[in-house]
Design a protein around this ligand. Structure first.
Ligand SMILES: Nc1ncnc2c1ncn2[C@@H]1O[C@H](COP(=O)(O)OP(=O)(O)O)[C@@H](O)[C@H]1O
Ligand SMILES: [Mg+2]
Length: 258
């Protein structure tokens, strides 16, 4: 490409660029509640990071900034080098795959296959490529044999995995999961962990399930009062009783760090 050619579409994700770069992010809701104060968070390609913090800390507010559902009051969010701003929102929404806490918010088509095809079709993928994307996403979550079933007839764990596939099929730069283990029985919780460990993706996972953070995410970030109050190796953070207590985090009864 000549130095004078303008690229027609946004630049492709570059492994030398952070998957997610949140810089000095401030946010206040219209009623004046300041939910985020100067949040800085950089996540490199392939990292898996847990986002921990008590209720009301600002976790969901931060997630909603990552694909432009909410716009910052100050600072900015950059995804794979692309600033989250109005002109880029369609591409940003492809790059940031958010799996919401309730799979029913994400599944609305008659079959699993149609739900998983919906996102990439919306981004212009067609024909054989669309079929291949859907099959690969369902394979990755262990749901290929259920492609023609109705999402309504699946178990909670299966629905959660299909919701994940609806986002994977868009080939996101970063996967963001809000409380993925909530309301899952122990087997479904473990099966989802196995799926997530098998993905070669940058991951940001909001969770109250500290053992899940330890199993899945080498790094954790603790948010409280709209500020990042700790950021480090998950095991080291979970061993810091004083920090956990100060931010209303608690390991389950009987759980000990090996
Ligand atoms: N729509 C809203 N309007 C006003 N304040 C809100 C709204 N949503 C959340 N908040 C407030 O913003 C802060 C952060 O909330 P939230 O991001 O939902 O926290 P978390 O997800 O960590 O529980 C809290 O003080 C909460 O009450
Ligand atoms: Mg929340």
């Amino acid at each position: 490409m000549s130095a004078h050619t303008e690229p027609a579409s946004p630049p492709a994700a570059d492994p030398a660029v952070a998957s997610l770069d949140v810089r000095g992010l401030d946010f206040a809701y219209p009623d004046g509640t300041t939910a985020l104060h100067g949040v800085d968070l950089r996540i490199e390609p392939g990292e898996r990071v847990a986002l921990l913090g008590p209720n009301g800390a600002g976790k969901t507010t931060l997630v909603l900034q990552l694909n432009g559902i909410l716009a910052p009051t100050g600072g900015e969010v950059v995804v794979g080098g692309l600033p989250v701003r109005k002109p880029h929102l369609q591409e940003v929404r492809r790059r940031v795959g958010i799996v919401f806490q309730d799979p029913d918010d994400q599944l609305f088509m008659p079959t699993v296959r149609e739900d998983v095809a919906f996102g990439p079709a919306n981004f212009g993928v067609r024909g054989d490529e669309l079929t291949a994307r859907v099959e690969a996403a369902l394979e990755a979550v262990g749901m290929a044999e259920h492609a023609d079933r109705s999402p309504l007839h699946l178990s909670g764990g299966q629905r959660r995995r299909v919701a994940l596939a609806t986002v994977l099929s868009c080939d996101p730069e970063i996967l963001v999961l809000d409380e993925p283990s909530s309301n899952l029985d122990p087997v479904a919780r473990r099966e989802l962990a196995e799926v997530l460990l098998g993905l070669d993706r940058t991951l940001l996972m909001v969770t109250h399930d500290l053992p899940y953070a330890l199993q899945l995410c080498p790094r954790s970030v603790v948010v409280d009062g709209g500020r990042i109050v700790a950021d480090g190796p998950t095991r080291a953070l979970l061993a810091d009783d004083g920090m956990l207590r100060a931010h209303r985090l608690e390991l389950p009864f009987g759980f000990t760090l090996a």
